[in-house]
Design a protein around this ligand. Structure first.
Ligand code: UD1
Length: 344
């Protein structure tokens, strides 16, 4: 059975991907996560859902020596799914070097070791933030990448470029970069989900924390945009759909000999949904009235961005299974479980 290394396995998307891998018979998994933005409990939660223990190495991927020990101990790795990275856009503007150091150095080390230890298949977490503020919608993968809007987005552009340069001198490796739109929601059991540290920057955790009473009210950033209801439009995609796309991408690299050495694929539903619609869906499916108000625009926000997801559908044979109501309901279930866990 192929051994797969997941970096950032305790993280939001990493943990859901581990569950999906196990459900698709990839049972020989190892994770590297130093819990810099995640919790050790995640592996207990994964076990509750799947019945499987996943070995995690508590190692900083920027430490080449310690990371190499993992590859020495596990000489039969046939795929790496590289999630581990910092991801807060605002923080990246305030602490750019933290982002450049962590996100770039860890990828450099991972690629060095993939080559040295002959790991053939690599999946890389990228982001729709590589497209910046874009006018032509929906966004296709061949859209030229503009100057990145933030250090975070730039680390993803650099990561994609690094992969391409690396592959030119590495005929034994293949890679797919997956560009996520707005991953939201939680595992349908409510046992896994997003665990923001401190005040959430992202919309959905802010909504669920407000509904449960951790935050007083949600501010909708701007209702004077040129959209139907005046609020911004995004492509919200269920985290379990994102997770499953990683399994399909890995299988593609492993099984399709004719697949190109490098490809990049958008992961979104293809639907543009406004902030107000997200709030309405949350209220509808949970029956809870959300305390919210309209406030000023958030600097740097794009009016609208959503994916053309035809490539993922065609190339990976992937279809998003979950709709906006599922996203809200699972996120809410998770928030309630978190509260319960904190009470006990
Ligand atoms: C950001 C990142 C993206 C990343 C995503 C998920 C950019 C350009 N994009 O997307 O790369 O994949 O986070 O981590 O930075 N909103 C409110 N009130 C809130 C919070 C958000 O109204 O309290 C609105 C925002 O103005 C936006 C929408 O909700 O219109 C979504 O915001 P957010 O969840 O932060 O994601 P993005 O900014 O789209």
């Amino acid at each position: 059975m192929s051994k797969i290394l997941i970096t950032g396995g305790a993280g939001y998307i990493g943990s859901h991907t581990i569950v999906d891998l196990i459900e698709n018979n990839f049972t020989n998994l190892i994770s590297v996560d130093n819990f810099s933005n995640s919790s050790k409990d995640t592996f207990d939660r994964i076990k509750e859902i799947t019945g499987k223990d996943v070995k995690n190495y508590n190692v900083d991927l920027c430490n080449l020596e310690q990371t190499e020990k993992i590859f020495e101990e596990n000489r039969d790795i046939s795929g790496i799914i590289h999630f581990a990275a910092y991801k807060a856009v605002g923080e990246s503007v305030e602490k750019p070097l933290k982002y450049y150091h962590n996100n770039i150095e860890s990828l450099v080390n991972m690629l060095k070791l993939a080559k040295k230890y002959n790991v053939p298949n690599i999946i890389f977490s990228s982001s729709c933030s590589v497209y910046g503020n874009i006018d032509k919608l929906p966004v296709t993968e061949d859209t030229p990448l503009p100057k990145a809007e933030s250090p975070y987005a730039y680390t993803k552009q650099i990561g994609e470029r690094m992969l391409q340069d690396f592959l030119k001198i590495s005929p034994n490796q293949k890679a797919i970069a997956l560009r996520y739109f707005n991953p939201v929601g939680a595992h349908p059991t409510g046992k896994l989900g997003e665990m923001p540290i401190g005040v959430p920057n992202n919309l959905v955790p802010f909504i669920t924390q407000t509904a449960i009473g951790i935050r007083e009210k949600l501010t909708i950033f701007g209702n004077d945009y040129p959209t139907k209801d005046g609020t911004c439009i995004r492509d919200y995609i269920h985290v379990s759909d994102i997770a499953h796309a990683h399994v399909l991408a890995l299988q593609k690299l492993m099984n399709d000999k004719n697949f190109p050495q490098y490809d990049v694929i958008n992961l979104g539903t293809g639907n543009g949904v406004s902030v107000k619609k997200v709030v309405d869906a949350f209220e509808k499916v949970t029956g809870k009235k959300l305390n919210y108000e309209y406030g000023p625009r958030r600097p740097g926000d794009a009016v609208a961005i959503y994916a053309n997801n035809q490539k993922a559908i065609k190339v990976l044979n992937w279809t998003p299974k979950y709709n906006l109501n599922d996203m809200m309901l699972s996120a809410w279930k998770w928030e309630k479980n978190l509260q319960q866990a904190n009470v006990n």
